[in-house]
Design a protein. Structure first.
Ligand SMILES: *Cc1c(COP(=O)(O)O)cnc(C)c1O
Length: 469
């Protein structure tokens, strides 16, 4: 353990301090509110405090410390200018009347029309504060649409088996019954399995395209006309719009409602679950149901106008790239993903061989090193070993269609050199697994924490130091 890994309370020495304040005037506080015993705060010098926080920050892994190829989450690098711009608006209180800040209104109008142009939707609401929140908003809107037509029977929603877990969860929260449609062996929605599910009870279908396996649903036009033909609407989960930006638009594919994850595709740091923004866009015939737009938009799903800081970052990102460069993002992300896939498919099992979009899935090691009495290395072990080499692990054990899933999404923001060094390390780990799987099974060897019990860490987190610890 290094000296500064010690906790601040252990470094504390009475009388030390990192601040100097002018003498406070004598104020008589009522006895009922005055403190009876001293606050238990550590006494530290300024360098102790600075080193404490700097060292803490280095115990974490972020996209600013290294490559973070987390499939389905688009951990692209977040340009630093995006952090400066929200700071310029820090003085605007959420209760300021809209008329007093016309510039902010212009920002909302600007990003609304930029996103409409990128997606082929008519308008967006910026109230939803996450992707899942957007899904719920969009589904409520679909229900309202059917109900407004006197069509009360549409209570079922079709969701593919490859969908992100939030899709069925949002549908259930919205009171819709989820009907699963199976993927074919090619990882795409099987149109023949879809047909018998359609009927007068179907509110719509939720889809991601490219889907969660990183594959483009090539039958989307046929699917759209089948679902519309039965009276349902098409919901597009645009959390991972990255590969489509400036290339293909959900509106042109026939989708009626969609959400975007500004915190994924439009560069807001989002490790650890926030902050987020999941604006919902609709085709022209549904604008009247959109919060803040139509006279039927009684729906309100958050206070004020959503997560303004995230919206600003997204707008800055779009304007910095500009109309002519936005399409490069998706193309580069797709090229990077295919480059890694092709470079590693002799060491890692590749269940779906076709060209991928922004991400793809391996199904564990080709040779996991298992032999008599020695268990082989798993996907978890590969992920842990990657940390020793300074790379964040890809998404693992998702999607659920494969038992040893490793889902890799490099994004467009990485250089060829970074991709090459990741490939080299992944090949080295595959070699290590074949020769000495125990080395992987005991990894990571170089990080402050190795293999915490993730359930306990999530359910009973220890967030502060107490003496009994
Ligand atoms: C991340 C993601 C979501 C959910 O977004 P949150 O902001 O985490 O609620 C939904 N669908 C897909 C495909 C995603 O990748």
């Amino acid at each position: 353990m290094r000296y500064y890994d010690k906790l601040v309370f252990e470094l504390s020495r009475e009388g030390r301090s990192a601040f100097s304040l002018p003498q406070a005037p004598d104020v008589c506080l009522p006895d009922s509110v005055s403190r009876k015993s001293a606050l238990e705060l550590p006494s530290l010098s300024e360098p102790d405090v600075v080193r404490h926080y700097t060292n803490l920050s280095q115990m974490n892994f972020g996209v600013d410390t290294g490559f973070y190829p987390l499939g389905s989450c688009t951990m692209k690098y977040n340009p630093k200018i995006n952090e400066e711009i929200p700071g310029m608006f820090a003085g605007v209180h959420p209760l300021v009347p809209a008329g007093a800040v016309p510039g902010i209104r212009k920002i909302y109008e600007g990003i609304d029309s930029a996103l409409a142009e990128l997606t082929g939707m008519a308008h967006f609401t910026f109230e939803p504060c996450a992707g899942a929140h957007g899904e719920l908003t969009g589904l409520m809107l679909i229900r309202q649409y059917h109900i407004s037509r006197g069509d009360f029977a549409r209570t079922r929603i079709i969701v593919p088996d490859s969908a992100h877990g939030t899709n069925p969860a949002s549908a259930a929260v919205c009171g819709l019954e989820v009907v699963e449609v199976k993927s074919g062996p090619d990882g795409l929605i099987d149109v023949e399995s879809l047909k018998p599910l359609l009927g007068p009870q179907i509110a719509g279908i939720m889809m991601t395209n490219p889907n969660t396996l990183g594959l483009f649903e090539k039958d989307i036009a046929q699917i759209a006309s089948l679902v519309h033909g039965c009276g349902g609407l098409l919901y597009y989960d645009g959390a991972n719009m990255n590969p489509l930006l400036g290339v293909v638009r959900p509106g042109d594919m026939g989708f009626d409602v969609m959400h975007l994850n500004l915190h994924k595709t439009f560069s807001t740091p989002h490790g650890g679950g926030g902050p987020g923004s999941g604006p919902v866009g609709v085709a022209p015939h549904l604008v009247e149901f959109l919060p803040e737009f139509g006279n039927r938009g009684e729906l309100r799903v958050s206070g004020f106008h959503g997560n303004f800081g995230v919206i600003l970052r997204a707008y800055a990102y779009i304007l910095m790239l500009g109309r002519e460069n936005v399409p490069m993002a998706g193309r580069l992300a797709t090229l990077s993903a295919n480059y890694i896939k092709e470079s590693l498919k002799d060491c890692y099992r590749l269940p779906l061989q076709s060209i991928c979009k922004h991400e793809f899935v391996f199904d564990g090691l080709v040779n996991d090193g298992a032999r008599d009495g020695v268990p082989g290395a798993t996907t978890l072990d590969v992920a842990k070993r990657l940390l020793d080499y300074g790379f964040h692990a890809p998404t693992i054990y998702f999607p659920l269609l494969f038992h040893q899933a490793i889902m890799i999404e490099p994004t467009e923001t990485e250089s060829l050199e970074t991709l090459d060094s990741f490939i080299e390390v992944m090949r080295k780990i595959a070699q290590e697994a074949a020769q000495d799987p125990t080395l992987l099974r005991t990894a990571p060897h170089n990080t402050p924490i190795g293999r915490p019990d993730e359930t306990v860490a999530a359910r009973q987190p220890v967030l502060k130091w107490t003496k009994s610890n």
